[in-house]
Design a protein around this ligand. Structure first.
Ligand SMILES: [Zn+2]
Length: 444
């Protein structure tokens, strides 16, 4: 009894000192990218949550709260990228052998540094440790962007990921029974989604047949698990929509989407990830200006920055003509989907190919979405509220009272110029300031 009393006293004394709440003042806050921002806002963060938020003068700092002046800054909800491939690139090497706990955590830390609160690794995860990382994050024992995983994705033999290094991670399925068994195995491991590839890689492989992906979708839905489909061709997109796919990890890229396909994605409420960055990166002959941006250089190994720069020197206008044509089709499809009010989500696909590295890629994708015709508010909505809803992260994606205090403090207003998401002053995840200097020093 006496011991308990003493313990209670210690707690009562130590709590206000140890867990001081934070009172932020003066920033423009994009509470929810679907609505106008709060100018000159104040908000209180305690115990990992936004406790209150309102215009200046409507809230008072509680006694003992730390006051933090953010005058001139803009606060946005932290970004959520539901399409990445973690673990394969390490420095200049891109290989399955790099898929280690340390390398995945390193990439999650680069994401956190860049203001990304959560990612979904899309079907190329090997072994058990991604599930362990997730459990440790849930228990508050491990930082970085929250890791969601689609485990091992599935396709017909050799028809999975495009890159040879990723291929062994996918199931090679030849029968409907195998497909259903693969789904059951992955659902038993508590994957966030099932991933299926439907693509012939420009005629190089035999596409996953409709009977197989229908079995995958049917089995997954029976087990209350959603299915994300990699698509390329318009006709496959239509059939996948009819078969019940929940999201497309890419745009249709062979043709402009027609009215029938737009109606199908609307009718089935399919989330579409534009995924512009990989294709766009191949359309230029001159080195990209972002190669010299501080955020890109902070999160990307120096030798990799130089190899990416060097890659441009081997290109000619003729060699990029086909990629430009495909890219224009992709841009038009984004514009059509947005005009139709379709559920346009977000996914940068970082790590899907050698030298298509993590973290900055998420920000660059936002810029490309705006160049394709989305407003900055629409692009920000995709990477925050829409992605949170997609991952069923009900306490993320917006900054209302009660939500997780996951936010990025920027030096400028991304609603005026989306490139300001890359001008990061501070990052807060789960109510704590991310020590970006320490993280950067520890990048492998
Ligand atoms: Zn991918």
């Amino acid at each position: 009894m006496r011991g308990n009393g003493l313990f209670g006293l210690l707690l009562a004394v130590s709590l206000p000192l140890g867990a001081a709440s934070m009172f932020f003042e003066g920033a423009r806050v994009i509470v929810d990218a679907r609505r106008p921002p709060l100018e000159n806002a104040t908000f209180l963060v305690d115990n990992g949550r936004i406790v209150k938020i309102g215009k200046a003068g409507t809230l008072k700092a509680p006694a003992g709260a730390r006051r933090i002046d953010l005058a001139g800054k803009t606060v946005i909800p932290a970004l959520i990228d539901p399409h990445v491939h973690l673990g394969y690139q390490k420095g200049l090497s891109y290989a399955a052998a790099n898929f280690t706990r340390e390398n995945v955590i390193d990439q999650l830390n680069r994401d956190a540094y860049a203001g990304i609160a959560a990612v979904l690794s899309m079907g190329t995860d090997l072994g058990d440790f991604p599930f362990q990382i997730r459990a440790e994050q849930e228990a508050g024992k491990l930082g970085g962007a929250l890791l969601f995983t689609a485990g091992r994705g599935m396709a017909a033999p050799n028809a999975g990921p495009g890159n040879a290094e990723l291929k062994p991670s996918a199931y090679d399925l030849t029968t409907e029974d195998e497909a259903r068994k693969a789904v059951r195995e992955q659902v038993a491991r508590k994957v966030a989604f099932i991933k299926v590839w439907v693509d012939d890689r420009n005629g190089a492989v035999k596409k996953t047949p409709p009977a197989i992906y229908r079995a995958i979708i049917d089995e997954a839905h029976k087990l209350h698990t959603r299915v994300v489909a990699h698509v390329y061709y318009l006709d496959d997109a239509k059939d996948l929509a009819r078969a019940g796919a929940d999201a497309f990890a890419h745009l249709v890229r062979d043709k402009e989407m027609d009215d029938e396909s737009i109606a199908l994605v609307q009718q089935h409420k399919i989330l579409i990830m534009p995924n512009l960055g990989i294709a766009e990166a191949r359309t230029h002959v001159d080195p990209a200006p972002w190669l010299d941006e501080p955020l890109f250089r902070d999160v990307t190994p120096a030798a990799l920055v130089e190899r990416i720069r060097a890659a441009y020197s081997g290109r000619t206008p003729a060699s990029v003509e086909a990629t430009q044509k495909t890219y224009r089709t992709m841009q038009r499809n984004v514009a059509k989907l947005v005009a139709a009010g379709a559920n346009v989500g977000f996914g940068a696909d970082s790590g899907a190919a050698p030298d298509y590295f993590h973290a900055f890629t998420t920000h660059r994708e936002l810029q490309l979405m705006v160049e394709a015709g989305m407003t900055p508010a629409q692009a920000l909505t995709a990477v925050t509220a829409t992605s949170a809803a997609f991952l069923r992260l009900s306490d993320r994606g917006t900054l209302e009272a009660g939500k997780a205090a996951d936010f990025v403090v920027l030096d400028g207003n991304p609603l005026a110029d989306i490139a300001y998401t890359r001008k990061i002053y501070k990052v807060y995840l789960r109510g704590q300031e991310v020590n970006r200097t320490a993280l950067r020093g520890a990048f492998q």
